[in-house]
Ligand binder design. Structure first.
Ligand SMILES: [Zn+2]
Length: 360
């Protein structure tokens, strides 16, 4: 590729990321996209930048054999997974990695394959065994799965997301859409759950100095008490978003201990969240480094030091609740180990605070 072709390829990645963002398969900084340059190189989206903010110079060229790259932007932390796919599948020219809701949730059930259908055709989606994000082990698990299912153009990465392959972007995007539809049908058939996804907000607030400002003037006293308690116990919290999505409401109806089924849950929310059986118990569940506080039968309060953080927590919670319901209905699933959760949570907080320092 000459310089002009390279620039076009970078612009094309950005265009596709916006398309996927628009149809809801990519959100925030989650997931990543790459395209093949030649036998030894790929272009990939950078780490930690929102799709809305991407410019061509941020797209990084990486060697798929030794992972070396040039420029100021760090390639996505999942570059080894992409590189492995290009090495194994010579026919592959474009890859989309998403954290899309239904396929990701189907990948928490502890199964090796999802059997479903699309357009009256049978669909089999292999699930690559779990390993922590960014690790060599994850790239190895994905490689093994791609080799075993040599004609599969899409796989699920257990407890994390999808990897969608195509000879071009159209095929990779189609694969992502097809998998979402097939996995939604699978959850409807196997787990008997026909759920909508997306955050529904209830009573939100923000802290301004010593005062709490409620978005809705008619916020009930009962709810205000919960907000006051959260701000009281968590000096780092500046925003509370009350998430009343269908899935969050359903999960809040039964006292339980919610353990992470998804990487982003362990990273952004915490290593476990209690669902209380009565209002009094809510206050015991306000803890440092746990960014969700459930209210019995009333969804959950998602907290953050910025509005953006609190909204991210609310989105991750909604998906985490869908996974949780799927596993409950299925009767089994694969939970992340406490060790993995602690490690991911710490790593996320550490790298996140570093990022915040730079932005300041
Ligand atoms: Zn990912």
């Amino acid at each position: 590729m000459n310089q002009n072709e390279l620039l076009d390829a970078k612009k094309h990645i950005i265009r596709i990321s916006r398309d996927l963002h628009e149809i809801g398969l990519l959100v925030r900084t989650w997931g990543n996209i790459s395209s093949r340059v030649d036998d030894d190189h790929m272009l990939i989206t950078p780490s930690g930048i929102k799709y809305e903010d991407l410019t061509p110079e941020m797209i990084v060229q990486v060697n798929i054999n030794d992972f070396s790259y040039e420029g100021d932007y760090k390639p996505s932390s999942e570059l080894k997974v992409h590189a492995a796919a290009y090495r194994i599948r010579k026919d592959c020219g474009f890859i989309v990695h998403t954290h899309q809701v239904f396929a990701t949730c189907a990948g928490t059930l502890g199964i090796k394959k999802v059997f479903s259908y699309f357009d009256d055709e049978d669909v089999t989606i292999p699930v690559a065994p779990y390993a922590m994000p960014g690790t060599d082990k994850l790239a190895e698990n994905v490689s093994r799965t791609l080799k075993k299912y040599s004609n599969a153009n899409g796989i699920i990465m257990a407890n994390h997301g999808t990897l969608c392959l195509g000879s071009n972007s159209n095929e990779a995007v189609f694969q992502a859409e097809m998998m979402e539809s097939a996995c939604n049908d699978f959850l409807i058939d196997v787990c008997k759950m026909d759920m909508t996804h997306g955050v529904e907000y209830g009573y939100n607030s923000r802290r301004e100095g010593d005062t709490i400002v409620y978005d809705q003037p008619d916020t009930p006293e009962r709810v205000k008490r919960i907000h006051e308690q959260i701000y009281g116990k968590r000096p780092d919290v500046k925003f509370i978003k009350h998430n009343k999505s269908e899935a969050a409401l359903m999960v809040s109806r039964r006292a339980n201990h919610m353990k992470p089924l998804l990487d982003d849950f362990a990273q952004l929310i915490g290593v476990g969240v209690k669902i209380p059986s009565n209002e009094g118990e809510i206050y015991y569940n306000i803890k440092k480094n746990v960014n969700v506080v459930f209210a019995p039968n009333d969804g959950a309060y998602c907290v953050g030091s910025t509005e953006d953080d609190a909204e991210a927590v609310a989105m991750v919670l909604d998906k985490g609740c869908i996974a949780y319901i799927a596993v409950m209905r299925n009767g089994e699933g694969h939970y992340l180990s406490l060790f993995e959760c602690i490690k991911m949570n710490r790593h996320y907080r550490k790298s996140y605070s570093k990022l915040a320092d730079i932005e300041k």
